[in-house]
Design a protein around this ligand. Sequence first.
Ligand code: HEM
Length: 254
Amino acid sequence: MIVEYIRYAIPAEQQADFEAAYARAAASLRAAPECADYELTRCQEDSASYILRIRWTSTPDHLEGFRKGEHFPAFFAEIKPYFHAIQEMRHYDTVTEVTGTGGANPTLYAWAGGAEALDRLFTRFYEHVADDEVLAPVFAGMDPHHAQHVAAWIGEVFGGPAVYSTEHGGHRHMASRHLGRHLTETQRRRWVSLLQDTADEVGLPNDPEFRGVFSYYLEWGTRMALIYAGDNPPPLPETPMPKWDWGITPPYRA
Ligand code: HEM
């Protein structure tokens, strides 16, 4: 993914037409498979300055795919009158590690109740697993610290301290622990529903926003576990830990 920034200087009397032209041109961006997202903003301190930010799947996808593709003619027809007003139009690589979310919303980890709440959740969960006819055989030989390891994993994925990646082998190790286990859909579903029941039991926050994201993660994570446990697992991930956040349902505050 790369980011293109286009800076414009648009005199006050042209701004309404400029914004309307971009509102129409945006239909081409929405239709273009090379475009991830876009945003046109106007400067507060200098109202003539606009910045258009477009995330493209890659620079060649933008220059070869979009510019030579079916959506470009309609896009360019709308914005051509403002071409002379461009002050910068360049592609930027997201090569730095400096990215993240600010403190406007608590992390999922903090909202859940931190390490103590996640330890409580998984300790109780694996107590139930031991008595569950579907799951008990799967976890019969598990590491005695398994519950704490999974709590550390989820804690880090949910924005907590980097305990799993620094002390327990990170993403690659987690995926490797599922290899060759040939987990079934029945086991996966039981794992998810038993964990959700346990979340109720130990009093994890039950607001729709948190539980929605929690379920989203469990659904994705368990389906990934089945893929790694299956006959043709993908190469083990060398990538950093997945990071989860609130997405389109930030925490509700009255
Ligand atoms: C969101 C979903 C899941 C997460 C976050 C998760 C997390 C983990 C982690 C972090 C480990 C490695 C623990 C360590 O470092 O010692 C692990 C191992 C394991 N997982 Fe999962 N897992 C998920 C889904 C599942 C499912 C659905 C099953 C089976 C129904 C499963 C079965 C196992 C087993 C059997 C091990 C090895 C346990 C041991 O020998 O200690 N996992 N899992």
